[in-house]
Design a protein around this ligand. Sequence first.
Ligand SMILES: Cc1ncc(COP(=O)(O)O)c(C=O)c1O
Length: 379
Amino acid sequence: MSALTDPPPVARHRPSTESLRDRLPDFPWDRLEPYKKTAAAHPGGIVDLSVGTPVDPVPELIRKALVAAADSPGYPTVWGTPELRDAITGWAERRLGARDVTHRHVLPVVGSKELVAWLPTQLGLGPGDRVAYPRLAYPTYEVGARLARADHEAYDDPTRLDPRNLRLLWLNSPSNPTGRVLGKQELARIVSWAREHGVLVFSDECYIELGWESDPVSVLHPEVCGGSYEGIVAVHSLSKRSNLAGYRAAFLVGDPAVLGPLLEIRKHGGMMTPAPTQAAAVAALGDDTHVHEQRERYAARRSALRDALVRHGFRIEHSEASLYLWATRDESCWETVSHLAGLGILVAPGDFYGPAGERFVRVALTATDERVAAAVERL
Ligand SMILES: Cc1ncc(COP(=O)(O)O)c(C=O)c1O
């Protein structure tokens, strides 16, 4: 090819990443920027209740474990240290009521978001395979399907889905954004339907420690799964439970027939949790006191915000668990976002989580007591 017919260098290097980018929606949070500016201009400063990112300190015992493991010159392993696997199996049995959980039933991941985003790809899904997730959901379930070029759809009741080519069914209880909890019987009904149709279930349970008006149960509970982990995997994260979003610590517990191949693929992909984070996770999983203390903080903020929102004319739906209040003034979510931004309070518009959320906003409990008190005062 002559220099005249060569495509310009930029064009030659762009297409593959562009087509990958084209599979993804616009990053929704950019749309909130103008409202953030408005809220930040409030004389009392912004109260940011838009993102569910922890703001309270990392518990001392976890920081100490991180520091003690700071001298970690070698590569960590994807499967994690035996201590980490012991900590996960112990926690799953103690906290989730799961039985006979062995190391083959667990797999650490580098925070659960990367897992959610890359799972369909790592499962080898592609065009013609279907991935389903709740009607109102964490947007990354859809992102994961798009990255794999798999088909995707939202459901109200998963057992109403056409099971043909349905390869991955996401559950999320307690739910982001609605805080809704699926009861034991409901979960058991879904698991039995999925097994009957050979559909793999991934149950995202990262808010399981944050039940307020109900006690969330894991898909691994014997009364849900019948004591067998066939076709089911639970996703857990230390981000919310232990204020560890900055450490990137999460893990899977479930069917070894699914986790074994995933481990191999993730080894090839170098998806290792850093060694100091692994040590920190061991400390975090072995301690329930800090979880209890953090729950108390969120419970107080939740009841203060809830009362203030209701007094201000909001209706709260679901929200029996998780880090969020799912609130509406029966108007477009963007009108509500704008109204609250005028009071210096930033919340997430419900349509970030699917068109069904267009008349709701999601109010996160993740602000300091001082900021929450400011929001309550302004409301
Ligand atoms: C439902 C749900 N799943 C997964 C995640 C990701 O959490 P992390 O990557 O911190 O483990 C979040 C974060 O907000 C979430 O809301």
